[in-house]
Design a protein around this ligand. Structure first.
Ligand code: BG6
Ligand code: MG
Length: 216
């Protein structure tokens, strides 16, 4: 029996490659502070809040800063990130994602968005997909960011479904951990070795076959 009645999508790195824009903006901050960030470092920044990402970036460079300076650095990074997303085109949505969402909905599956980003609404408006979701939860609506399960539990609540009926699509290790902690099924998007804890891993979001829903 198919128990999945809702699919919950992460945004950055699952629907669009804004994960790369976050990386470029953090890299720029690190360069200003005199060091570089590697793609491996970036994996730790995925899924976690802006301030938690900043703490990791500073730790990687061995930098200590006052709360005031941290605030300034986070704002600077966010300004650069916004410069990127302002220039983003609706066509940057990953191929096949809109079709996957529509196919799920045509089968009666509810669709939610759960992003730790406080910029999520701007991104989905730019991509013109804000109306595709039955519920949206972003970084402005939660207290704890992934790997805490709060964001997914709140999305399930807004969708009026039980956590065990949800399937989450996530590219971040912290996101997979959060989905599992919420008692949900999870499809990892990206590297199978890194996202080994997920129930299934696909290289790209649209590689997920809707027929898999019954097997999860
Ligand atoms: C998540 C990203 O979606 O949002 C993280 O994966 C990012 O890398 C986080 O730090 C917070 O984003 P924002 O836009 O609020 O700075
Ligand atoms: Mg992500």
């Amino acid at each position: 029996m198919n128990l999945i009645s809702a699919c919950i999508f992460d945004l950055d790195g699952v629907i669009v490659d804004t994960a790369h824009y976050h990386f470029l903006a953090w890299k720029r901050l690190a360069h200003e502070l005199g060091y570089d960030l590697t793609p491996t470092d970036n994996e730790r920044l995925k899924g976690v809040s802006r301030m938690q990402s900043l703490e990791i970036v500073l730790e990687l460079g061995g930098v200590t800063a006052s709360e005031h300076d941290k605030e300034l650095m986070a704002n600077k990074k966010n300004t650069w990130f916004n410069d990127y997303i302002e220039r983003m085109m609706p066509e940057e949505i990953f191929p096949g994602v809109k079709q996957l969402i529509r196919e799920l909905k045509s089968k009666g599956i509810k669709v939610g968005l759960a992003s730790s980003s406080k910029n999520a609404k701007t991104v989905i408006q730019t991509l013109r997909i804000q109306h595709e979701f039955d519920a949206i939860v972003d970084g402005t609506m939660i207290k704890y960011s992934k790997p805490h399960p709060e964001i997914f539990l709140l999305t399930a609540q807004k969708l009026h479904v039980k956590p065990e009926e949800c399937l989450v699509f996530e590219d971040a290790e912290a996101g997979v951990e959060a989905a599992l902690a919420a008692g949900m099924k999870c499809v990892g998007v990206g590297d199978a070795q890194r996202l080994y804890a997920a129930h299934e891993v696909v290289e790209k979001t649209a590689d997920f076959k809707i027929t898999e829903l019954a097997k999860l």
